[in-house]
Ligand binder design. Structure first.
Ligand code: ZN
Length: 248
């Protein structure tokens, strides 16, 4: 007797990103297009942290995805705006937890105690000076640390990759960690200082891989794997840890 075993084809998944500016003129960042062979319809959502994600059938032409997005432009603008308003509502109070290299620093307020300054002691960030400018001063402090630290990581990873050191631009993008400009400038978000160092290294390797492949094709991911073998896990963790990193 012969038994007929029906094998289901394995689900094929693929991701690409679409510049947000193509749908909402003037906006930075990108829309993540998550394709799956198991999908028949299109669906749009904005994840916590403000990442716009569209789920799409595996083979649907990008033009159809874009047409769908154009149709839902108003919805997308409203929900991105909402997530950004939430993002601005970080509670700057004594004892607040500030994300730092995968862990956190504790904010210690010292209002009215002399000249405005931000200083790190152990895992406590002491902030003296007026409360009105507190957020701006802390962000300024983060950016200064980020510039020095990311420059060092970029130099290290470029050396390992056997590439000359590319110029670094510190970015403040709301929805993306890094990018590579056509002229070869690596932009890295200062908020990479908030996630675990290994995840910042992944982002740096990702951008270095774009020097060889200016796309997200399988050849690109093969290059990423050469520079950062555990990239899948890093990408997954970055999505998890990263969600809470855009509150300030
Ligand atoms: Zn990329």
């Amino acid at each position: 007797m012969r038994r007929l075993v029906r094998r289901r084809a394995p689900v094929v998944r693929r991701e690409e990103s679409l510049p947000l500016g193509r749908v909402l003129a003037g906006l930075e960042g990108d829309i993540l297009v998550k394709r799956s062979s198991a999908r028949r319809t299109l669906a749009l959502r904005v994840a916590e942290g403000g990442q716009a994600i569209v789920n799409a059938p595996l083979q649907l032409p990008l033009a159809r995805v874009e047409a769908f997005l154009a149709l839902h432009r108003a919805w997308l603008a409203e929900h991105l705006g909402r997530s950004q308003r939430q993002a601005r509502s970080f509670a700057w109070e004594d004892g607040a937890r500030l994300p730092w290299q995968g862990g956190h620093l504790t904010l210690v307020l010292e209002p009215g105690s002399g000249r405005p300054e931000v200083r790190l002691e152990g895992d406590r960030l002491h902030c003296a000076g007026p409360l009105e400018t507190l957020a701006a001063r802390v962000v300024h402090w983060y950016r200064r640390q980020a510039r020095a630290w990311l420059a060092g990581r970029l130099a290290h990873q470029a050396t390992l990759a056997g590439r000359p050191l590319p110029p670094l631009r510190l970015s403040d993008a709301r929805t993306r960690w890094g990018s590579l400009s056509p002229s070869g400038v690596v932009s890295l978000n200062w908020r990479l200082l908030k996630v675990a160092p290994a995840l910042a290294d992944y982002v740096i390797c990702h951008e270095l891989a774009h020097f060889r492949q200016r796309n997200h094709s399988p050849a690109f991911w093969a290059e990423v794997a050469r520079l950062y073998p555990d990239w899948r896990e890093a990408r997954r963790r970055l999505r998890e840890q990263g969600a809470g990193c855009f509150l300030f």
